[in-house]
Ligand binder design. Sequence first.
Ligand SMILES: [Zn+2]
Length: 341
Amino acid sequence: MRKKNPEYQYLETLSKRLTLFEKEKKKLERLQKGYAAECSLDRLQEFLTKDKLPCIDDLYLKTNESCVQIDKLIVVENTAYVIDVKNYSGKYTFVNNEWIRDNLPLQENIFEQLHNAMRAVKRVLLKAGSDLEVKGVLVFMNATATIDIKDSVADLVLDIREVGGWFIEQMSKISDQQDNSWQEIINRQKIEPISSKEVFSPKRIDYLQKGILCRNCNKEQKRTTYAFKCPHCQGSEPKETAYVRSICEYGVIFCDKELLFKDLLIFLGSDVSKRYLREILTKHFGPKITHGVHVSYRNKVLIFDYWFANKMDYFQSLEVRTHWKPKKESDESTFFDEKAH
Ligand SMILES: [Zn+2]
């Protein structure tokens, strides 16, 4: 599954709980657009090739100074295609080694970005003794984009109308004899995405909405015995899922911190049960890490869907609880007997 990068997860999670700065809003918008374009290319490829093209998606490789992200790497016959996906709209011209939009040169040269990614792939392959040729492919996924390449370039530039045909053409070249040892070579060298550079400033903590917020509309909701119910959008979520999901939200926002009980209590708001929070931490976030008298849990800095990707069947099985009848008021105390203050 293609994942949102750490910065995207951070800004998206943060946006549910406070008003982002203008700069952050723009960044989030760019990340959303980029991710949507990559996902729609994945869907098109899946539909046309049924995953028969030997491919690695969303690959991170180390370079001397930092790391590069490669949207898609496809190998057909003796060529490795490094694919970079763009979701630009408008008219773009590449002339005199420069990208022009609205008569202004673009600050970034997207061919250079592509070449940088290609160099990282080439280095890994060469070091492992592979003689695959590496080629670049730039794909513009937004149907409103017009791309005019005046210079002669070695890279392939495709728009959304052309890329489907290109996939099919590549698929026709695949043979049973194709050597797929490259996948092992690349997978050995791939790294985890480098975590978000953003560190949440303590100055903003007062502006952060606390509590277990609705998973659909991010507003405050009411708890019942087994579920949280949202009076705004009428959505509901099992209590256990809502706690776990919100703890993940804390982890993504406070990416430089481990999960500490006292911090989580503040973040989750005055309505949480201390006893239940302890149970949830032990059950889903264990083992405990002890530093003297302090106890914490490891922060993986991932949103709920990624952190618990292997446990989704379990959480799906809890969904039925949103239909369970709440216990009478008097019985609720057995679940929330130790309310936080
Ligand atoms: Zn809601």
